[in-house]
Design a protein around this ligand. Structure first.
Ligand SMILES: Cc1cc2nc3c(=O)[nH]c(=O)nc-3n(C[C@H](O)[C@H](O)[C@H](O)COP(=O)(O)OP(=O)(O)OC[C@H]3O[C@@H](n4cnc5c(N)ncnc54)[C@H](O)[C@@H]3O)c2cc1C
Length: 444
């Protein structure tokens, strides 16, 4: 394909943080990338809505101190002045009351008088396991943690005598971050979330997380409202058919990177090898709703987040958005982010938007009586493709796929969170990795 007949060196399908990260790396390597993003803005699940003076992060709400690639990206984009440290503490409410745990303070678990000595002993075992494996638990480095991917979280806690600590603390406390699937997740996922977010601590951006994808998009070529629907190999390169602002358009390039959730790839590119299509088809995400409840008075709470056992409030958790970073809410107001998901007992998310808004208000008003009658509005965000799911063995399967991609003689590559855990850091690292592989292939 001559350079005149090409629209770009590499076309990236999907402008979430994985695709944008890939684009920036390709540009660094002297290549000309073009990102096609279906929506009217970039960022995918890392976007922010601004409503009546409230700043609502729609998907990603926080970054872990171990998110090295994200931190490097923020520095490079000159966004470091916006970084603020997060102090996280969670109150877990069960039928006996509410007990609090602070981020980075493992001793809170050991000194917790509300759990038995056996549970405390299991917490020690768990803590030692975290320390022993911490290098393999960094998000985006799951290729190293295959040996931990053999059992689900519940089985693991049973094995170390920690059923109680699992049911009373980790199950309610971590269900939100894993999309309501702690029970069926690989134990390595639970360990990653705990290590990266709770043990190592967190950070955020004062103006909303979308500052990162927006800043990347200002440095590379991006077409929004450009939905790719067919991609194939053609004339020693690739051809991408897309609908751009309602009109069909054809793009040609030397290579393409799919930066969309894995299960969407087979319909766009059915000519990929059977074994890759089969693995991609098995990608699963859980649905989740983020309902931001704007309040005329902030709740009077000692904790930044609240989680509940199933018998108290099934399928919900609360995060205090006004405590997350400065400038999130107008002065003297507050905002509670209520995350809702389906449970085996209750399919919450089948309800209509108004019903979900009411459920979110109810959860806030019931838990903080001082907020009764103080709800200004509820801003609802539904994620049908929400949190990537990793039952035992899935991460190992993804590692095998990534090894295959490294030696694949094809103009195609893949990236996205589904290849490496459930965080924006994993997504970004897979994007950078795909860019590196693609640049290497094109240089040959
Ligand atoms: C409610 C919620 C809370 C979360 N909280 C956190 C958190 O606090 N911290 C954290 O690190 N992670 C969090 N995550 C996870 C994080 O959002 C994701 O891991 C990460 O943003 C995924 O990035 P991605 O680029 O892989 O995918 P996406 O962000 O989904 O990007 C894919 C992009 O592809 C586009 N697209 C799809 N099909 C096409 C097509 N045919 N043509 C062109 N474009 C297409 C989509 O519009 C989208 O923009 C959360 C997720 C959710 C849902």
């Amino acid at each position: 394909m001559s350079s005149q007949s090409r629209d770009a060196d590499v076309i990236i399908i999907g402008g979430g943080i994985a695709g944008l990260g890939a684009g920036l790396r390709l540009k660094d390597r002297g290549l000309d990338p073009l990102v096609l993003e279906a929506e009217s803005r970039v960022g995918g699940r890392m976007t922010t809505d601004r409503v009546n003076g409230f700043v609502v992060d729609r998907g990603v709400t926080l970054f872990g101190n171990g998110f090295g690639s994200m931190r490097a990206l923020v520095k490079r984009l000159r966004l470091s002045p916006l970084v603020c440290k997060g102090k996280f503490s969670v109150g877990i409410q069960d039928a006996t009351g509410c007990r609090g745990y602070r981020g980075g303070r493992f001793a809170d678990l050991l000194l917790d008088r509300g759990i038995s000595w056996r549970a405390r002993l299991a917490s020690v075992r768990f803590g030692l396991d975290l320390l022993r494996h911490h290098r393999d638990l960094v998000h985006g480095c799951s290729t190293r943690s295959g040996s931990l991917d053999g059992e689900d979280a519940r089985t693991y806690f049973q094995r170390i005598g920690g059923e109680e600590v699992f049911d009373r603390i980790f199950l309610p406390g971590l269900n939100g971050p894993v999309g309501g699937a702690v029970d069926t997740s690989s134990r390595v996922i639970l360990m990653q979330v705990l290590w990266n977010l709770l043990v190592r601590g967190q950070w955020n951006l004062t103006d909303g997380v979308d500052r990162i994808p927006e800043a990347v998009a200002s440095e590379i070529r991006v077409l929004t409202e450009a939905r790719a629907f067919h991609v194939e190999q053609k004339d020693s390169g690739v051809q991408v058919e897309a609908e751009v602002k309602g009109k069909q358009q054809t793009f040609r390039a030397r290579a393409a990177i799919f930066a969309v959730p894995g299960q969407l790839v087979p319909a766009i590119c059915p000519s990929l090898p059977e074994e890759i299509l089969a693995v991609l088809c098995r990608t699963q995400y859980s649905r989740i709703v983020n309902a931001a409840v704007a309040l005329s008075t902030p709740p009077n709470t000692p904790y930044a987040g609240y989680a509940f056992t199933e018998d108290v409030v099934p399928g919900a958790e609360i995060e205090m958005e006004h405590l997350r970073a400065p400038n999130r809410c107008p002065i003297a107001t507050g905002m509670a982010g209520v995350f809702l998901w389906d449970t085996p007992q209750r399919r919450r998310l089948d309800a209509g938007d108004e019903s979900l808004k009411q459920q979110a208000s109810d959860v806030v008003e019931q838990n903080f009586p001082e907020c009764r009658g103080k709800v200004l509005f509820v801003h609802l965000v539904r994620w049908n493709i929400g949190i990537a799911q990793f039952p035992p063995g899935r991460l190992r399967q993804m590692t095998a796929l990534r090894k295959q991609l490294a030696v694949w003689n094809s103009p195609f590559d893949l990236c996205g969170d589904y290849l490496d855990g459930l965080s924006s850091e994993g997504a970004l690292r897979t994007g950078e990795e795909a860019a590196h592989r693609t640049a290497k292939k094109l240089a040959q």
